[in-house]
Design a binder for this molecule. Structure first.
Ligand SMILES: [Zn+2]
Length: 161
């Protein structure tokens, strides 16, 4: 909890990538709040986090965090290793924010709530069209074929052709 609150957004993102790439090794749980691990980076760093005492008791010997009280990406990676549910929640939020950002870019309502436009069917349909065509455009031909077959089965079932 405290770790993410005190970290910059870019640091959390890098920490998440480290976590996903399984760069945390020698993970050890000392208690419900204190965790140790080593994190592979340019070199391997030793990290300790205490989620109840993030300032006093949290440590990493990388140049970014050593001798000051900054939360670094290694601490975040260790935190996500200790609390995978938090990592799931974090990436879900990031993805939702991205969709919301794209929506705002396309329709230019940066000051308004995304939810207000979810009721507008016309805007919603064209947004869904954009998202789906982006998805389809990145599929390979064989993926396209199998998706089309699935879709036709779902659409027609036994009534095909
Ligand atoms: Zn560090």
């Amino acid at each position: 909890m405290g770790i993410l609150n005190q970290a910059r957004a870019s640091v959390i993102w890098r920490g998440y990538e480290y976590y996903k790439d399984k760069k945390v090794i020698n993970f050890r749980k000392e208690s419900d709040s204190v965790f140790y691990g080593s994190v592979k980076g340019t070199t391997t760093y030793d990290v300790k986090i205490d989620i109840n005492h993030t300032v006093k008791n949290t440590y990493c010997n990388c140049p970014f965090a050593k001798d000051n009280r900054k939360i670094c990406k290694h601490m975040v990676a260790l935190y996500f290793t200790a609390f995978p549910n938090e990592a799931e929640r974090y990436i879900k939020n990031v993805e939702e924010e991205r969709i919301e950002e794209r929506f705002n870019e396309m329709y230019g309502y940066p000051d308004e709530d995304f939810e207000d436009y979810e009721d507008n069917e016309e805007i919603k349909d064209s947004f869904i069209y954009e998202v789906i065509s982006d998805y389809v455009n990145q599929l390979s031909v064989s993926e396209l074929r199998s998706k089309l077959i699935d879709a036709l089965i779902e659409l027609y079932g036994k009534d095909f052709p």
